[in-house]
Design a protein around this ligand. Sequence first.
Ligand code: DON
Length: 572
Amino acid sequence: MSMYKVFALSFLLFSCSHIVTVPLAPGEDRLKHQQVGEQAAIATQGPYASAAAQMILSMGGNLVDAAVASSFVISVERPQSTGLGGGGFLLYYKPGMLQPVSFDFREQAPLKAHSKMYLDAKGNEIPKLSLDGSMAVGVPGLVAGLFEFHRQYGKLDWDLVLGPAIDLAEHGFEVYPELAEAIKDRQSVLAQFPDSKKIFLNKEGKALVQGDWLFQKDLAQTLRIIAEQGDKGFYQGALAKKLTSSIVSHGGLWSKEDLSSYKVKERTPIYGNYKGYGIYSMAPPSSGGVHVIQILNMVENDELGKYGAQDPRSVHLIASSMQQAFADRAAHLGDSDFVNVPIEDLSSKNYALDKRRLIPKNRALKKDEVTPFKVKEIVEPDHTTHFSMMNNKGEVVVSTQTINGWFGSGLVAEGTGVVMNNEMDDFATKVGASNLFGAVGGSQNLVEPKKRPLSSMSPTIVLKDGMPLLGVGTPSGTRILTCVAQTLLNVLEFKMNSWDAVSALRYHHQWSPDQLRFESDLLPESLKEDLTEMGHDVVIKDLGCRIQLVKSNGAQLEAVSDPRGSGEARAW
Ligand code: DON
């Protein structure tokens, strides 16, 4: 049978006739992206990361050990997306807990940072300063976050858990298409820093291409130090000195205390209830949890399940809810340790109902018609990665980790192999300015020392009657929270199976720009016409989301790694 026929047949067999799903790439095997088993289910964005998780479990490790091992491996396997020079968020649940716990190991602004650091003397933004090189780098939290998570809940010895990552960094692997594309895209920035150049470009100074081998020997050595000394090995001592002096020598604002004073924060997850399902997601400094729940609340009383997932009425209501969420994001969201974020109001059912009433049945609201929440009292002033894991003991781990843009700031700190993030761009460089993802920044998200930049990352756990049902998350900037909200609706409201819930066609609205963005032109012409008639400005542009989903169906566990990406699902 020709490849095309196999492909067409699997598409016919597995997709629901009325749902447009994004097909697998030719030659891709669906088994790589979806598996069913009984012991554990794992979905990550890298085959080595999924294999490491399975290996650690087979060695007697628990789900936490597997998640930590996988995080370190994915840092090596996807250096364009995440790594020791970055940060993230993680939710974990095991039976007996009242609700999931969550860890915030987001990067933070250095002590010398200030709200005008990206502006010239006239108050204009200096192009690229928050994106490329040393000024873009926030103080990383990944190592501290994983260490703390493992210290509290891990079982195997810490150094054992780092083994697979050390091996992969030392012995290398072949550059895969997505990595080759990322290196090419960031080649000119990587070429500016000697260690970035040494690792990601070849001897002639050209980008490594698909099939070349990538070795990260310095990173292997850095991982060995962390394996031996724990988080102190990274935040204090010789390695911390190297990281700091590398940033300072390239003009950055770091000081010694930045690394030594970094602290992981445990936060109460944002909670919402959608038709009896308990939704737990990340609190500020991520905007993800607040807005995933806000979007679900706004459509909860509509009969979306009856209309169908890709019916114009459903798309209009969900997209209009996204539009409202992003208007609120720009006005109110920031690091809640520094600014007052009206979390309870924004995630309340009443607020959602008020805003839902303002959405006309057949007409898209224009940007200026959508007003953010008015606080009543005066208040004081395609690169990330995600994995989801679940086991048959009722434990779930979901974590989204990032260095922000492809290869972060582009700067590999000399002698460490660590790619430093450009998370500072997630701050508002000034009020009204947009970041890499076009998100509008407000005063709540201006730079302050030790403040953490606003994120959209939304690792999410769904519990039903106290038992885990779903673990979900994705990379892709502002699209993260809308892709997560849609995946939740696909399962909880539209009753899709796991595969369809992940592969169904997705869309996104972020208030500004005032556009309804579909990820591909697979949307039926009639749907496009109906939405356009309602006044939506429908544009076609990839969204970049790569949902990693795990689900429990009682005795059986399912894992789906988004077929749009190169990840791998394993369940056994
Ligand atoms: O925290 C955030 O929302 C962004 N720094 C995430 C960046 C991202 O997802 C890039 N992905 N493709």
